[in-house]
Design a protein around this ligand. Sequence first.
Ligand SMILES: NC(=O)c1ccc[n+]([C@@H]2O[C@H](COP(=O)([O-])OP(=O)(O)OC[C@H]3O[C@@H](n4cnc5c(N)ncnc54)[C@H](OP(=O)(O)O)[C@@H]3O)[C@@H](O)[C@H]2O)c1
Length: 211
Amino acid sequence: MNVLVAGSHGQVGQHATRILAESDHDVRGMIRAESQAQDIEDLGAEPVVADLTADVSHAVEGIDAVIFAAGSGGEDVWGVDRDGAINLIDEAVAEGIDRFVMLSSINADRPENSPEALREYLRAKAEADEYLRESDLTDTIIRPGPLTNEGGTERIRTGTDLDRGDVEIPREDVARTLVATLGIESTHGETFELAAGEEPIEEALQEPIAS
Ligand SMILES: NC(=O)c1ccc[n+]([C@@H]2O[C@H](COP(=O)([O-])OP(=O)(O)OC[C@H]3O[C@@H](n4cnc5c(N)ncnc54)[C@H](OP(=O)(O)O)[C@@H]3O)[C@@H](O)[C@H]2O)c1
């Protein structure tokens, strides 16, 4: 598949871009700054300069699947996390792309469970997720707990209402999960929470998503 990674130079995005480049997929990495292009090439991908808040039609040309790993970092949640995602979803539909994998967040469906400072961001993510679900795209929406920079273990836990006690997960494992869903039909049309766990990624994703 030809896969576009939005947020390719981000921390999860760089893992996802490298993992895709090492696989059988071809990968295009979306960046805002031309100065990041060499890094994306070094990861083995084709860079494309595009801003989610502007025209992204050239970024989706010839693409089969999108992985959305971009994020505002709290700066402009409505403009980037919601409307930027919606912009890319609309362009994916217009391009005739079928597959769209969204990196969302735990508690996007329950912002009241998170500290006040995160709630607006979570509401913006939830609206983008809902827009994707209602689109004609084949979606997978992944909602990890807090991200860490620990090395990946390639073992995860999935569910629809994970115990909130320990839901951290290394960014590398989030990236591996995003990429793995592309080829695993049981994840199509699914929304699930994600945390570090004991089960190998491919196995966890083959099973029905249990709480
Ligand atoms: N942090 C957590 O604990 C946590 C937990 C659950 C879910 N998440 C989600 O995971 C996402 C990825 O996390 P991360 O740590 O990889 O974030 P990150 O390192 O901040 O990466 C975000 C990427 O998005 C890009 N971006 C921002 N605005 C853009 C725009 N208008 N157009 C195109 N690209 C844009 C940034 O590009 P620039 O380099 O140009 O800024 C950056 O490459 C977060 O944004 C969040 O939604 C995070």
